[in-house]
Design a protein around this ligand. Structure first.
Ligand code: PEP
Length: 269
């Protein structure tokens, strides 16, 4: 199975100059990696998720490369156009050259009160505009301490269950257009990580749950996210339940981002 390595740039870099400098480094390192390892692109799919303001620049520069471009969010209100100040629709994102969007990131859930219903709208809008969805789920530190991880995940995955109940026609597109990213909130940007065994067991639970919604989703891709770096990537990559990584901080340096991708490429031989 091809591993997915997705860079979530969050609200970075500060300027278009810095975006282009990061892209220069990334594209040079990607080229060198692909030349040194001709199987790299077959084993590893790279994706970058810049802020809205940098989407057009990044998607244009990724055209003709093997990497894909994603948004970090889309509007819940409309898939197309409307009086929604500050929002960006799935149609606008697709027109800017992105083919995927992250949805339900814990920072969106925390700072923008993203509820089940809002996320159901967003996932529906993304799929109707042919955007793939990287759907983020994960428990807080308090929920982890109270051993509620699986309960929390089941509740967050109910968005996908309800989407399929409401719109069974989407089942076919979901099998190639949905990725789940398991990101414990307490591991994001903290340097703390769960054990590989814990992640593996949680991923197994996610895969079983999603397959229970629709048989065609039994090969769902499930990524781990939360303080993945060049030093710990090999250990996550070695586990067959972990299909790749959603990377925040370490995606802002070409060297660490490609080192993570290389770890998954090596493990996929
Ligand atoms: C993220 O925000 O999705 C993330 C995984 O961040 P970090 O890698 O910095 O923990």
């Amino acid at each position: 199975m091809q591993a997915w390595i997705i860079g979530n740039w969050k609200q970075n870099p500060a300027t278009i100059h810095d975006v282009n400098a990061l892209l220069d480094d990334l594209l040079t390192t990607m080229n060198a990696t692909e030349q040194a390892n001709t199987a790299f692109t077959a084993r590893c799919q790279l994706m970058l998720a810049p802020s809205f303001i940098h989407l057009t620049t990044v998607s244009a520069r990724l055209k003709g490369t093997s990497a894909l471009c994603a948004a970090q969010d889309i509007s819940a209100h409309s898939a197309t156009v409307g009086a929604y100040t500050g929002d960006c629709s799935a149609q606008q994102i697709a027109d800017a050259g992105a083919t995927w969007t992250i949805l339900g990131h814990s920072e969106r859930r925390q700072y923008h009160q993203e509820s089940h219903d809002k996320l159901l709208q967003k996932v529906t809008h993304a799929l109707t505009q042919d955007l793939g969805v990287v759907f983020c789920i994960g428990e807080t530190q308090a929920q982890y301490d109270a051993q509620q991880t699986l309960e929390v995940i089941d509740s967050q995955l109910s968005v996908i269950r309800d989407l399929l109940a409401q719109q069974p026609k989407l089942i076919d597109s979901l099998s190639t257009r949905l990725i789940i990213a398991y990101e414990p909130v307490w591991a994001i940007g903290t340097g703390k990580v769960p054990t590989v065994a814990e992640v593996s067991a949680t991923h197994q639970h996610i895969k079983q749950s999603v397959a229970g919604f629709a048989k065609s989703l039994s090969a769902i891709t499930v990524l781990y996210g939360g303080s993945v770096n060049a030093d710990n990537a090999d250990s996550f990559a070695a586990d067959s339940m972990i299909d790749g990584a959603l990377v925040g901080g370490a995606s802002l340096k070409a060297e660490s981002f490609l080192a993570i991708a290389n770890a998954f490429s090596r493990a996929n031989t």
